[in-house]
Ligand binder design. Sequence first.
Ligand SMILES: *Cc1c(COP(=O)(O)O)cnc(C)c1O
Length: 420
Amino acid sequence: MNHFEYKNGVMHVEQVPMGTIAQAVGTPVYVYSTATLERHVRVFQEALAPLPDPLVAFAVKANPNAAVLATLARLGLGADVVSAGELRRAVAAGIEPGKIVFSGVGKTADEMRLALDLGIFQFNLESEQEAEMLSEIALSMNKVAPVAYRINPDVDAGTHEKISTGKSENKFGIPYERAIASYDRAAQLAGLDVQGVAIHIGSQLTDLTPLALAFEKLGVLIEDLRDEGHDIRTADLGGGLGVPYDSSLPVPPLPAIYGEMVKRIVQDWNVRMVFEPGRVIVGNAGALLTEVIRVKQGATQPFVIVDAAMNDLLRPSLYDAWHDIRAIKPRGKQTSATVVGPVCESGDTFAKNREMDVVQAGDLLAFMTAGAYGATMANTYNSRALTPEVLVSGDKWAVVRQRPPIETLIEGDIIPDWVR
Ligand SMILES: *Cc1c(COP(=O)(O)O)cnc(C)c1O
């Protein structure tokens, strides 16, 4: 459920007409709904309610905007970060270090030092080599690093291959078969407190079966590790729950159903549970608002050319992702069209032969469900400015990231004297 709804034939986000934002800020612009964020957090927390004190660590990479993070911090969420930049942004937005998990296969020594300094909740390690490096750094700083290993359960998540992370050929985690040996090794390393296990098998999962399979394997491993004398106190089940993108398809499992599955599997684990949801919290809380530049009649179909492009919303070109496309003020007629941006790549296509509202130059459109992996993947390809962001709450709204002037691109480059 989200708060982008038509009132008197015009799409509003909560109580603000989308057109008001387009007029004031210009397009393209990302628009987020606070009420939707709050609702999604509440639904997720309620789904896990019977678990004792679960840590819900929002996957910052899905949407690192400070105003979004501050909203989630206010609701009690922690953060799952994958870089020093994300760690610093999370802390700057008010997320307590004691609620932060650090994931990722390539943590550097500097990143480890920063996280140890701040005192984060847990490092999710992805190799024995990483454990050795963290041990040395923690020792040199006179600290003890709380760690878990991310286990690669060799489970096919059944999602797009570019967002599938739990197969043995993926770069993520330690192999399930090597887990005991890796834990034995980590337990011998000074400066580490081996406290938990972690898993994350992929994103936009629309079937709970692979998740359940992976969690069950993790449960078996916890028992085996305890038999070997490891004091496992935390279990991090990652993120990955899918959201509805295409309103004509069946909706993915709701958080409540996910929660029931989790509770059934983990009831005897006796650990503090950790979750790392990203998309399910922010996906439907955002839309990318764009203006139609012109409609061009191609040889076989009409092209709707909009002022947003693949640099603003990369998902369709990167993952063949679907975003519902809706007119802000529908004209009451439908057509079939291909929606493209101005970037000089054929991959700059948002939708092919899409049944959609009839539009004309100057009309506003929204790409729905763009709150996750949207603005954060934006770039300046074709020397286009980074996309601004707006947060709405009730009848209030604010620019929470400005559109930088093109001068920042020009001034950022340096021409050495010997070129001039
Ligand atoms: C990306 C990621 C997540 C969040 O995934 P969603 O599909 O957005 O829920 C959680 N944990 C890790 C380690 C990730 O890389």
